[in-house]
Design a protein around this ligand. Structure first.
Ligand SMILES: [Zn+2]
Length: 473
């Protein structure tokens, strides 16, 4: 398993940065050309590999117009072809879904899946139509990247201990030397991204080399509920990543305030421009509405949230051999647009990071991650399985006469879902509700009230000490 590492450049002189920008801009034209020619149904339908594209370009002289060195455009072609392949694969996921909806006949399904996988969908009218519908013609939007192959760069440490990365420039045998603000030399293929006057050097390392990957996982089976105040709460009642809520809400407040100020300044600039005071409009735009600081702050915030969430997941895996969690990879996009609401955007993004962290850490440390259907796990009591009322971080169960800590209650429900004989991962929401209601009805009509048994209550109380604490309030 590979993980991406990012090294940042130290301060670069403007001339050097400008030269790198120019190279990235020219390579952006290479990308656009690749997308233009091969990014559509006709292009990949012809099944070209990046090597064949390179040979064609060399034969017909396409490469000569870009004004970049041979290795630079060749690597860029390879990278852009990989982007196109990823775009195509994403469309196929949607088409596979439509196949499942169209037919239940296993043989017919298999025939279509096979044709789709082998790119033989053009001759099948249904598949061709669906591919045209779901595979939107993409275009290149990347104009700030340089891909450098492992044997085309080198790193060196100077007398003051600073690490320098030397990559090919626009002229042969003239390397551009970039000072890095780290002492760990990047390895393998590099992706240089130019952002806000700084160079980000992205590269991949094998996760098994990382120190955190060598820590063994625990032995328990633990359910986790993802939250907003804490990154995760586990079924033992322990919170993990407690700083998350503060990080997110302070970022949300900051963004709202910043957006308000920027809107005001933008309207002042627009009014000035309308009056004919273009100098003032320009001044505001350059000095007050720039993106460098804004993007840097956003990147810093993202890094802190990621650290908080990954640390939380590591804490859980310290205890667990099996982690039971809500299936966070389910996509809701398309049906609901997130719009401008900052809180919802942040929540959606942290959900993605949590999913990534659970998958990545489990894989690296050897614990099993079991995704379960989490429908109604925050609305039912883990002890009597009846629906209760949630208010803030508390969950009230009237039949039990207990107030649970809401996230802990949900985490225990999630843990139980792993062994649930009726509720599978893809059981629809309304069916889950029906199943849960049937269970409590049966409970009420046929079975004696088990909750009154003092023995089980005592055991449960001991197991979940938070219960009495919350219940007495
Ligand atoms: Zn209850």
């Amino acid at each position: 398993m590979k993980v991406t590492r990012i090294a940042y450049s130290a301060r670069l002189n403007p001339g050097k940065y400008g030269a790198l920008l120019e190279q990235a801009r020219r390579l952006g034209r290479v990308r656009s050309e690749v997308w233009q020619r091969y990014g559509s149904i006709a292009g990949v339908g012809s099944g070209l590999t990046d090597r064949q594209v390179r040979d064609r370009w060399l034969a017909d002289g396409t490469h000569a117009v870009f004004g970049v060195l041979a290795n630079a455009w060749k690597e860029t072609v390879r990278d852009a072809m990989a982007d196109i392949a990823a775009n195509l694969a994403a469309a196929k996921v949607d088409v596979r879904r439509t196949i499942n909806r169209r037919t239940t006949d296993p043989a017919e399904r298999k025939r279509m899946f096979t044709a789709l996988k082998a790119d033989n969908w053009a001759s099948d009218p249904f598949l061709a139509r669906q591919m045209r519908k779901h595979w939107k013609r993409g275009r290149n939007r990347t104009h700030d990247q340089i891909v450098v192959r492992a044997d085309k760069y080198h790193t060196a440490v100077d007398g003051r201990g600073r690490l320098w990365l030397a990559i090919p420039g626009l002229e042969p045998r003239k390397m551009v030397r970039i000072p890095l603000s780290t002492t760990v030399a990047p390895t393998g293929t590099l992706r240089l991204i130019l952002r806000g006057g700084r160079v980000e050097v992205h590269y991949q390392i094998d996760a098994s080399q990382m120190r955190s990957s060598q820590r063994a996982c625990g032995e328990a089976t633990i359910g986790v509920d993802k939250g907003y105040t804490e990154a995760l709460t586990d079924s033992d009642g322990q919170p993990h990543g407690a700083e998350l809520g503060v990080l997110l809400s302070s970022e949300s407040d900051r963004l709202k305030e910043r957006n308000r100020r920027r809107a005001k300044l933008r309207s002042i600039a627009n009014n000035a421009a309308l009056r004919g005071d273009h100098a003032k409009a320009h001044r505001i735009k350059v000095n007050n509405l720039g993106t460098v600081k804004r993007d840097r702050k956003a990147a810093r915030h993202r890094a802190r949230v990621r650290t908080e969430i990954f640390t939380a997941v590591h804490e859980v895996v310290d205890k667990a051999a099996t982690v039971i969690a809500e299936d966070l990879t389910k996509r809701f996009t398309g049906r609901k647009k997130l719009g401008q609401n900052i809180n919802r955007r942040l929540a959606a993004w942290t959900k993605g990071v949590t999913a990534e962290a659970l998958k990545s850490v489990s894989e690296r440390r050897g614990s099993a991650l079991v995704p379960v259907n989490a429908a109604y796990t925050s609305q039912t009591c883990h002890r009597c399985a009846r629906f209760g009322r949630r208010s803030g971080d508390r969950f009230h169960c009237t039949p039990c006469g207990v107030v649970w800590q809401a996230d802990v209650n949900a985490a225990i429900n999630i843990l139980h879902r792993a062994g649930d004989p009726d509720i599978a991962l893809h059981t629809p929401h309304h069916k889950v509700k029906q199943i849960l209601q049937d269970r409590t009805d049966r409970h009420r009509t046929r079975l004696p009230v088990q909750d009154s048994s003092p023995a089980t209550t005592a055991v449960r109380r001991a197991k979940h000490p938070n219960r009495s604490a919350m219940g007495n309030k």
